[in-house]
Structure formats: C-alpha cells, structure tokens
Design a protein around this ligand. Structure first.
Ligand code: PMP
Length: 397
C-alpha cells in the first residue's frame, strides 16, 4: 500500500530546530522560532493562566463533549475582544464565532467553508507570508497566488504594488491580510494604508480574511484590533482568525477561533450552521482545557486586567530588544542604518541579511535564523543579545 509514498519535504523551521538542538556550542541562540521567550530565555507561563487553572482545579468538572462551536463563554469573549465589547457588530448578532484549534484551526475552518461557498475563488496571500498560509489554502483546494508586500530595497512595504494587485483581482478573490505584526517581515500597514485596502476590497468585492495571530503584540489590544473596526465600518462581510498561542503563551493548548462578520443575525446563524458542519466532519468538537482557561481570564475582570498587564510586558520587552539591537549593532561596528528594526513590530524582524549571511551566522556562530533573514526578536534577551549583535556585525562586515 505504501510503496509509492514519497518522503515529504521537511518543515524548514523544524529542520532548523533539529539542527539547533544538535549544536553543542554553549553560546548557541535560536532566532528561528516563532515563540516568545522571556528574558531568561524561557517560555513564560502567565500568572493569569496559572490563576485560572488553579480556580479550575479547585472546582473540577467532568469532561463532556463541548458543543461543536466550542464554549459559549469563550466564543462571546472572542467576539468582544475582536470586535469590541458592546460594539454594534456584536450586539446585533451579526458575528458567527467558533472556537478553533489555534489560529491555524481558525484559518482551516474558514478555508474549508469558503471552498464550499466559492469553489472557484482564488486566494491571494502576501509576498512573503507565514509559510503555512499557502500550504493551508492549497490543501483546502484553492489556487493560491501572492500580492506584493515586502520591498527589500526600500526596507518596507511595496504598498503601490499591493494596491495594484488587489485592484486587479477578480470579484470574489479571497485576500489574506495580516491584521497586525506581519509574519515574517515585521512591517505593518499604516492606518491610512489600511483605509485604502479596505476601500479596494470593498470596491472590488474581494473577500477579506484577516489573520490576527498577534493581537496585543504590536501597539496594544485595542490598537491592533483597530483594523477590524475599519472593515466593520466599511460594511463588508469578512473573516477573522484569532490565535491565543502567543498572547496567552498557550501554544500547545491550541486555542484560537474563527469569526465571520455577516450582514445580519439570520445570515450569521446560517453561516454558523455551516461552520459547524466543517468542524463536525473534521474533528467533531474542540478540546476543553485551553478554551476554558482563556474564557475564564477574559471574562473575569481581575484576570483580564492581569492578562493585559502581562501581555503589555511581553510587548514592551520585544520593543526594548529592538531598540537595544539597533544600538548594539551600531556599537559593534555595523555601518549600515539598522534603525528599521525598531520600526518593525511584533515578534519578527526581516533583518535584510542575505541567505549566505544567515548560513554563516549558523555555521560559524551557532546563531539560527531562517534563510530569508527572518529573526525572532522575542527570542533575544539581555544575555544573548550582545553575542548575537557581535556575530551579525561579523557577517555583514
Ligand atoms: N498566523 C500567523 C501569521 C502565525 O504567525 C501563526 C503562528 N506562527 C499562526 C497563524 C498560527 O497560530 P497557531 O499556532 O495558534 O495555530
């Protein structure tokens, strides 16, 4: 049966991790990861999560199946977080939200639903994008193409190119947009640029699909979510996937969601019924623990305040690492202007280093980033940053 099965190519990031784990250099640094580490280089366990789990353990519950769309209190907390508590979108019942297996699960449920709804639509993702976007939508049966995004020469966004591509897309094209903290580049659109994108997707009748995997890591929860408000105000129907992997440091619990803004409640009810079929036929219903933790935190005012504080601390630490990196690269003798690192937002930096330079960083100095030059700023800390900057200075000359 399996004679003809080919070996699939290795996941490039996992391959990098394996190489890193096998490296015996005590100074090794892994900047290839997509996770937030604290200043001790450890994956944090947030206090708000610990407290919620303690409360849950004090009143243990049997683990029956959850509803197909997940915990009701979780779905409503997600709606309030993404669209704003008390917002018209939420109050009018126009949002269909389902609990999903991480942000990836939200994207996949959305992709499978869209495939049934618009089987011939094309999907446009940014160039470059999170590496799983293309594979996920391709595996859902779509033809996936890219719109220009990163402008290496300008160290920023090729916004004209992006707008031109969106303007040329046929009606019904699904456009995947990073709501904030673009992965992998770290470059986000300005508020004014978002206004233009919103206007184009509306005028061209495109289907916006916002991937919000880092809400709170850019400028703040409300600030990062502002783009959702722009799409709501424009009167378009659209999709939002949410991930709590980073913002709650709950990577392995697989907590995320898919929300679909519809024209009215009756439409949202019909959409929800279809999302439930997608879920039922894939994995039946979501797991209990992570969703319960997040729902408890988001729906308990003191825990919610604690979460916002802890999330802000992660955001601030990343910003400090960006500032320190710019200063330390300069001090280490890097001549070129690296201040763009401070302008980027979120966990990642497109460093502008070439593939050769990234390979040298790995092979000569045990500093691991992806060949594209992407580095995880959230994996830098006060102990490894000097070493990393000194090594980068050596390879960029
Ligand atoms: N979208 C983007 C842009 C991401 O960077 C990630 C995670 N790296 C995801 C989605 C997936 O998130 P999750 O781990 O919650 O599935």
């Amino acid at each position: 049966l399996f004679n003809a099965v080919e070996m699939a190519p290795r996941d490039p990031i996992l391959g990098l991790n394996e190489q890193f784990n096998a490296d015996s250099n005590p100074d090794k640094v892994n900047l290839g990861v997509g996770v937030y580490y604290d200043d001790n280089g450890k994956l944090p366990l947030l206090e708000c999560v610990k407290t919620a789990e303690k409360q849950m353990m004090e009143a243990p519950k049997a683990r029956g199946y959850l509803p197909i769309d997940g915990i009701a209190a979780y779905d409503s907390a997600v709606k309030n977080l993404v669209f704003g508590a008390g917002s018209d979108a939420v109050k009018s019942g126009r949002v269909a939200t389902v609990q999903a297996l991480g942000g990836t699960g939200g994207l996949k449920v959305g992709a499978d639903f869209l495939k049934r709804l618009s089987p011939n639509a094309k999907v446009l993702i940014s160039d470059p994008s999170w590496e799983n976007h293309r594979a996920l939508f391709t595996n859902a049966g779509f033809v996936v193409e890219a719109y220009p995004y990163y402008d290496a020469a300008r160290r920023g966004i090729n916004f004209d190119g992006m707008l031109t591509a969106l303007n040329a897309a046929p009606a019904g094209t699904i456009v995947l947009l990073h709501a904030c903290c673009h992965n992998p580049t770290g470059y986000d659109l300005t508020a004014g640029q978002w206004d233009q994108v919103v206007a184009v997707t509306k005028a061209r009748q495109l289907v916006p699909f916002l991937d919000m995997a880092y809400q709170g890591f850019g400028a703040g929860i409300a600030e990062d979510g502002a783009v959702i408000g722009k799409f709501v105000a424009s009167g378009q129907d659209f999709f939002v996937s949410t991930s709590f992997s980073k913002s709650f440091s709950l990577y392995g619990e697989r907590v995320g969601a898919l929300s679909v803004l519809c024209s009215n409640k009756e439409e949202a009810d019909r959409v929800l019924s279809q999302l439930k079929i997608v879920i039922r036929t894939n994995y039946s219903n979501p797991p209990t623990h992570g969703g319960q933790v997040v729902a408890t935190v988001l729906n308990t005012p003191e825990l919610r305040a604690l979460w916002e504080k802890e999330l802000a601390a992660m955001r601030v630490r990343i910003k400090q690492m960006r500032t320190a990196m710019v200063q330390k690269l300069k001090a280490a003798g890097v001549k070129q202007d690296m201040s763009f690192i401070e302008q980027q937002v979120g966990m990642f930096s497109y460093s502008g280093l070439t593939k050769d330079q990234m390979v040298r960083l790995r092979s000569e100095f045990s500093v691991y980033g992806t060949d594209t030059g992407r580095m995880c700023v959230a994996a830098l800390n006060s102990r490894n940053i000097d070493y990393v900057c000194a090594c980068i200075a050596k390879v960029v000359g």
